[in-house]
Design a protein around this ligand. Structure first.
Ligand code: URA
Length: 255
């Protein structure tokens, strides 16, 4: 079998891996892979898609593959991994929290996403829910409890854009179109926990394909008090989410 176009992987290379851990950032793939196993190794790196094969358990392997930012590249990644036999997709991302109760470093485990993206509408109409797999989510919750990491389970607003769709005014023009003016306040009132950019495409695509997905994200900025993102907070969020993933692997591979 030839390598699949975007991710540049074939069945032989992925050694029967059924679980893929999906960060957005290709740079984070190495950190996650090495943390999960010192024996992990790079398989391919094409465009935004960097992949690591990670030996886990007795004889199993999982993948860590970056999706790039946003729905379109995430959906490509999922489609191509699914063709190769991957059945469980767990996003590990970063996020901006919008509720005061969530601090930087906390972890959000998404129970459903507001579909502020376009990609998911190519897979299912807007009336279709963007929700993760219950069993994957339960594993992530138990892993966070076991790790002793502060977390919340709830609704995520998943936006195609980092600036207007997440109502950020610290942009080039500082302009946010009317549709999104006041939207952060509304999501706060509706008990949405956070903003990120991939979960709605992930959940909708994976559900439409009849496969399983989950999503955790570490809070790198608490939008209820500031717009400033600090490197030290990004590291904390990364470390905490990696720890949750590490603890969830034994159960994820036996799903
Ligand atoms: N990722 C997002 O999409 N939004 C944030 O505020 C932080 C990370």
């Amino acid at each position: 079998m030839a390598k699949i176009y975007h991710i540049q992987l074939d069945r032989k290379m992925i050694r029967n891996a059924k679980v893929a851990i999906l960060p957005g950032d290709p740079g984070r793939v190495i950190k996650i892979g090495k943390n999960l196993s010192p024996k992990s190794r790079e398989l391919a790196f094409n465009r935004e898609y960097r992949s690591y094969l990670v030996p886990v358990g007795k004889k199993e392997n999982i993948l860590v593959v970056s999706t790039g930012i946003g729905g379109p590249s995430t959906a490509i990644c999922i489609e191509e991994l699914a063709v190769l036999g991957v059945t469980t997709f767990v996003r590990i991302g970063t996020t901006g929290s919008i509720q005061k109760s969530l601090k930087v470093g906390d972890v959000v485990i998404t129970s459903g996403s507001v579909r502020l993206d376009g990609t998911s509408t190519h897979y299912a109409p807007l009336s279709y829910p963007a929700i993760p797999d219950f069993f994957v989510t339960r594993i992530l919750v138990e892993a966070a409890e076991k790790a002793g990491i502060s977390f919340k389970v709830g609704i995520t607003a998943s936006s195609d854009t980092f600036y207007p769709g997440q109502e950020r005014y610290d942009s080039f023009t500082g302009y946010v179109i009317r549709d999104f003016q006041g939207s952060m306040k509304e999501w706060q009132k509706l008990n949405v926990l956070n903003y990120e950019m991939e979960s709605s495409a992930l959940f909708t695509t994976v559900s439409a394909l009849g496969l399983r997905a989950g999503c955790i994200a570490g809070v790198i900025v608490s939008r209820a008090s500031t717009e400033k993102i600090k490197k030290i907070d990004v590291k904390r969020a990364e470390d905490n989410t990696i720890e949750v993933i590490r603890k969830s692997i034994p159960k994820l591979i036996s799903l």
